[in-house]
Design a protein around this ligand. Structure first.
Ligand code: FO1
Length: 315
């Protein structure tokens, strides 16, 4: 059995722990197609937050509280950069994390594509699933906001970390999406999947940038595999992060139904065959989608495995 998971962010990384555990039980192969819209160049280093969150989480190196960066981290370089007044100081790179960005940036500068760099980094971490960036090309999420008396596009991380989304926001733009190509293996993995899962990630800034890569939305919507999504919204609120602020920018209701309808039912030209919602949201209706309620709090790996099973039962 081949499972493909569209994923991004911290919730997506946690979900993959359950997918991997389930796959080990049944002998399935897992390919994670990971969002790159959060990626940024910082102090000359290429930082890939969602790829790193998945790699560190599955590799056992993630800080369990923060969800991003390394456990047992130190911040000496960050302090030294601040002593030089080196901006931006609002995005903290830990000392251990910097080693990842140094290796990645060195390999990228040597001409290796991002999927090859990701594979090389994963050799150390052994995540137990195949990690693929959605694209090797530049695709960056920017937010068009009102700042300093005018409208400006700022990088997603500046919106997310510096402003905590607390700035008037008009829309998101996926810079580079028009010319980005699926990374090698992504379209093939989707075409060869027995099931495609959409992780309980932020639908606007984690899943949408994946689907914005030309060809990927169609690969999922028109592909042979059933597609089941897991709601990131429970009882009208995101479990963590700021999906509520992101959905507000799109004018989409912050609910399991709102996100389910945003993805849409496959017969109606959308993506979903199944939509797994929390028990709090039982009774959610998404036109032309089979909806089922189950406990969705990923309190531990066993709880997440149960979610994965419930999602797969929808296929
Ligand atoms: N999030 C923060 O709120 N503050 C930070 O200083 C920060 C640094 C950081 C460094 C590396 C990395 O991979 C992630 C980092 N994040 C930080 C989290 C990041 O903004 C989010 O994990 C994703 O981009 C959205 O899920």
């Amino acid at each position: 059995m081949r499972i493909v998971v569209l994923t991004g962010g911290i919730g997506g990384a946690r979900f993959l722990l359950g997918v991997r555990a389930y796959a080990r039980e049944v002998g399935a192969e897992v390919t994670a197609v990971v969002n790159v819209g959060d990626d940024l160049l910082l102090h000359g280093l290429k930082v890939c937050p969602d790829l790193d969150s998945v790699m560190y989480t599955l590799g056992g190196g993630a800080d369990p509280e923060r969800g991003w960066g390394r456990v047992g981290e130190s911040w000496t370089v960050k302090q030294e950069l601040a002593a030089y007044g080196a901006e931006p100081s609002w995005f903290g790179l830990g000392d251990k994390d910097i080693a990842t960005h140094l290796v990645r940036t060195t390999m990228l500068n040597a001409g290796y594509p991002l999927h090859a760099v990701t594979e090389a980094l994963a050799t150390r971490w052994q995540p137990g699933v195949r990690l693929l960036p959605a694209t090797d090309d530049r695709l960056e999420t920017h937010a068009v906001v009102d700042l300093d008396g005018g409208q400006r596009a700022i990088h997603f991380q500046e919106w997310w970390v510096r402003h905590r989304a607390a700035v008037p926001t008009h829309r998101f733009v996926f810079v580079g999406a028009e010319t980005a190509k699926p990374a090698p293996g992504v379209a093939e993995a989707i075409a060869g999947a027995d099931v495609v899962l959409i992780a309980p990630s932020n639908p606007v800034v984690s899943i949408a940038p994946i689907l914005a890569v030309p060809g990927l939305r169609a690969a999922v919507a028109d592909g042979p595999a059933p597609v089941v999504g897991v709601s990131p919204i429970i009882g009208g609120a995101p479990v963590r992060g700021m999906a509520d602020r992101c959905l507000e920018v799109l004018g989409v209701e912050c609910s399991a139904a709102g996100v389910g309808r945003l993805y849409g039912g496959r017969p109606a030209g959308g993506l979903l065959d199944g939509w797994l919602v929390a028990e709090e949201d039982a009774g959610t209706v998404v036109p032309e989608v089979t909806v089922r309620a189950a406990p969705l709090r990923m309190t531990d790996e066993a709880a997440t495995v149960a979610m994965v099973r419930a999602a797969l039962e929808l296929t």
